[in-house]
Write a new protein. Structure first.
Lengths: 334, 278
C-alpha cells in the first residue's frame, strides 16, 4: 500500500513484524509480517475475528508479550523514527504509559481493587513525571473531570467496586490519557459494556482524541464501532493484514473476499425476516502449521489454484486502498 | 482499631474476637508478670512441692519455686519464640514466594529447595542445631522458622502466580511501571491476608514446637522457666503436685487455642465468600 506520506507525520511505522508463540512442541505464528502506519492524530481501526492477531499486534508494539512464550521474531516498529524493538527495557518503560498508552477490554478487572481510583491514576502520573503526591492527586481529579465523571472530588476517593462498569472504563481512559500520550491503543474498550454505555465511551474517546491530539489504534471486532470512530481501517486475518482502506472505501468497495464475508455477516434490517444470517464457511486455520499460499483460501468462495501456492502481497487497488488478494479487482467488482 | 468497634467485631467475627482477646490476655499477663507474680527463680528448700497457698497460688515445685510465677514468666518464652519465629518464617516465606512466583526462571530451583527443606522434621533439625551451638532462644527461633518457611513460601507463590496475571498488573506494566512498584503496589497487598492466616497457623505450631523442644531439653536453658521444661520436670511428681504439670499445660493449650481461633477467624474474615454467612 505505502502511499508515501511525508515521513514526519507518521507517528508509528510498523514494518513486517513477525511474532511467534512457543510452547513445548509447537510454534504458533501469531503475526506473519504485519505492516502499517499510524499518522499523528488519526484513528486507525483494526478489525478481525478472535485470534486473528489484533491484541498480539498491540502487545507487540508495547513489547509486553509474555516473556517466556512470546517473541517478536522480525520486523521493525518505528515510533517517531526510532525502532522500539531496539530500545532497552528501561527506555521502553519511558515509552509505555507516557507516549504510548493502552486501555483494555475488561474495565472490571483492569483496576486494582485494593487502591482507590484516584491513587491509581495518580500513580500513572507519578511514574512518568516528577510531581508531588498532592499534585498527582489533583491531576487525577482533573482527569476524572475530563472523562466526564460527575463529582470528581468524591470519585477520586472511590474504590473500583464503588463504580459502575462504564465509570471504571472512563477511569481507565483517564489513567491512560493522564500523561497525554501521542498514541492510545484501545483494545476492544467497549466489548464488556452494554450498548448505551458503549456509545458514550466511543464518543468520549473520539472527543478526547481530538482535544488532546492523540492518535488512536482502535482494536475491535465490531464493524459498526469502526464506522463510527475511525478514519482508516485494517482488516486482519490469521496474523496478516488482508485489507487496508479508508472507512468509507472499505464499506463501499471491500476488495478482499474475507472483508466481504464480514460485511455480509453483519445483521441487516432490510434482509428478509426469517432468513439465515450468512456466515463464512469453515474455520480459522490453525496458526501452528504454516500453509503455503493465502491463509483464507480454504474458506474463500473465489479461490483459484494460485491462491494455494503463494501468499498474495498487499496490492494497491485504489487511492489509499490496498488488499492482499490475487483477485481483488474481480472481487471488488462483484 | 477503635474501642467502640469491639462489640461489632465480637458479633461479626466471634472467632477473631475470642482468639484475639485470649491472646491479648496472655501477652498482658506475660509482660506484667513482674508486677504481680512474684519471683520465679527463688528456691526454698523448706517448701518443696507444696499445695496452693496465698503466697504461691499454684503451689511450689520440686525445688521450692513458685509455680504460678514460673507459669506466668513461662508465657514469655512461648510468646517470644512463637511470635519471632513466625515473623522470621513469614518474612522469609514472603520474599521467597514472591521471588519464585514473579521471576519464573528462579521458580523451579527455589521451590525444589523448599521441597527439600520441608522434608526435614522440625524437632530433628532443632535438636541438631542446638547440639551444634548450645541452647538459646536465638537458635530456637531459627530452628523453628526454617522448617516453617516452605509452606508459607509455597502459599505466597501460588497467590503471586494468580495475581500477576490479573489485568490490572498488565495495565500497570502498560503504564510503564517497574518491577518493584508492581510488587509493592499490586502483588504485596493481595498476599497479606493469606499470609496472616498462614502465619497464625505457623505460630500455633511454633509455640507447640518450642514447648516440645524445651520438654526434651533441647529448648531454652533449664534455668529459664518455660512451659515445656516445667512440664518435663514436674511429670515425676504428678500424683503429689498435679498443678505443677497442669498449670503450664493448660496455659499452653489456651495460648495455642487462642492463636488457632484467631487464624480461623481471620481466614473467615478475609474470605469474601464467607461474608454472607457472617
Amino acid at each position: 500500500m505505502q502511499t508515501q506520506t511525508s515521513a514526519d507525520d507518521v507517528l508509528l511505522d510498523v514494518r513486517e513484524i513477525v511474532t511467534h508463540f512457543y510452547s513445548e512442541n509447537s510454534v504458533t505464528r501469531a503475526l506473519g509480517g504485519v505492516s502499517f502506519q499510524v499518522r499523528a492524530g488519526e484513528t486507525l481501526g483494526v478489525v478481525g475475528e478472535s485470534g486473528c492477531g489484533k491484541s498480539v499486534t498491540a502487545l507487540s508494539i508495547l513489547r509486553l508479550l509474555p516473556k517466556l512464550t512470546g517473541k517478536i521474531v522480525g520486523g521493525e516498529i518505528r515510533f517517531h523514527g526510532r525502532d522500539l524493538l531496539k530500545l532497552s527495557e528501561q527506555e521502553m518503560r519511558k515509552v509505555r504509559g507516557n507516549r504510548i498508552a493502552m486501555i483494555f477490554q475488561e474495565p472490571m478487572t483492569s483496576l486494582n481493587p485494593v487502591h482507590t481510583v484516584g491513587s491509581q491514576i495518580a500513580e500513572a502520573v507519578r511514574i512518568h513525571t516528577k510531581v508531588s503526591r498532592q499534585d498527582a492527586m489533583a491531576k487525577a481529579q482533573e482527569m476524572l473531570a475530563l472523562v466526564r465523571i460527575a463529582d470528581p472530588q468524591r470519585r477520586v476517593k472511590n474504590y473500583p467496586h464503588e463504580m459502575s462498569g462504564g465509570m471504571r472504563q472512563r477511569a481507565m481512559i483517564a489513567m491512560a490519557l493522564a500523561c497525554s500520550p501521542e498514541l492510545l491503543i484501545a483494545d476492544e474498550p467497549t466489548t464488556a459494556l452494554d450498548v448505551t454505555i458503549q456509545a458514550q465511551i466511543l464518543r468520549l474517546i473520539v472527543d478526547l482524541k481530538e482535544r488532546i491530539g492523540t492518535a488512536v489504534l482502535f482494536i475491535t471486532h465490531d464493524l459498526g464501532v469502526v464506522a463510527e470512530t475511525c478514519q482508516r481501517v485494517m482488516v486482519m486475518y490469521a496474523g496478516r493484514i488482508v485489507e487496508e482502506a479508508s472507512v468509507s472505501d472499505l464499506f463501499a468497495r471491500p476488495s478482499h473476499p474475507y472483508t466481504q464475508g464480514l460485511m455480509r455477516s453483519v445483521p441487516d434490517r432490510r434482509r428478509g425476516r426469517r432468513q439465515r444470517l450468512p456466515e463464512i464457511p469453515g474455520i480459522v486455520p490453525s496458526l501452528r502449521e504454516s500453509a503455503a499460499g493465502c491463509s483464507f483460501a480454504p474458506r474463500c468462495p473465489v479461490a483459484i489454484k494460485s491462491c494455494g501456492e503463494a501468499v498474495p502481497p498487499m496490492r494497491v487497488v485504489g487511492p489509499g486502498h490496498a488488499a492482499a488478494c490475487w483477485r481483488s479487482e474481480e472481487v471488488m467488482g462483484a | 482499631m477503635r474501642i467502640s468497634s469491639l462489640p461489632r467485631l465480637a458479633v461479626r467475627h466471634p472467632l477473631v474476637f475470642t482468639g484475639g482477646g485470649l491472646l491479648t490476655l496472655v501477652i498482658v499477663a506475660a509482660l506484667s508478670a513482674p508486677v504481680y507474680a512474684g519471683d520465679p527463680m527463688i528456691m526454698d528448700p523448706f517448701k518443696l512441692l507444696q499445695s496452693p497457698s496465698t503466697q504461691a497460688w499454684f503451689g511450689t515445685d520440686s525445688l521450692g519455686r513458685n509455680v504460678f510465677a514460673r507459669t506466668m514468666y513461662g508465657a514469655r518464652i512461648s510468646l517470644v519464640v512463637g511470635l519471632l519465629s513466625t515473623m522470621v518464617a513469614a518474612l522469609a516465606g514472603l520474599m521467597i514466594g514472591v521471588t519464585a512466583g514473579y521471576i519464573r526462571s528462579f521458580d523451579n530451583f527455589i521451590m525444589r529447595v523448599m521441597d527439600g527443606l520441608m522434608s526435614i522434621p522440625t524437632i530433628l533439625l532443632a535438636i541438631a542445631l542446638v547440639a551444634l551451638t548450645g541452647p538459646g532462644i536465638g537458635i530456637l527461633i531459627v530452628a523453628i522458622a526454617i522448617p516453617s518457611t516452605p509452606s508459607t513460601a509455597r502459599l505466597i507463590r501460588s497467590v503471586v502466580l494468580s495475581v500477576r496475571e490479573r489485568p490490572y498488573v498488565e495495565a500497570a506494566l502498560c503504564g510503564g511501571a517497574r518491577l518493584p512498584r508492581i510488587l509493592w503496589r499490586h502483588i504485596l497487598p493481595s498476599s497479606i491476608p493469606p499470609l496472616m492466616v498462614q502465619s497464625a497457623n505457623v505460630c500455633a505450631g511454633a509455640i507447640l514446637t518450642e514447648a516440645a523442644l524445651s520438654f526434651l531439653g533441647a529448648g531454652v536453658p533449664p534455668s529459664i522457666p518455660s512451659w515445656g521444661n516445667m512440664i518435663a520436670s514436674s511429670r515425676l511428681y504428678l500424683s503429689i503436685a498435679p498443678l505443677n504439670l497442669f498449670a503450664p499445660g493448660i496455659c499452653l493449650a489456651i495460648t495455642v487455642l487462642a492463636v488457632n481461633l484467631l487464624g480461623d477467624g481471620l481466614r473467615d474474615m478475609f474470605d469474601p465468600r464467607s461474608k454472607q454467612r457472617r
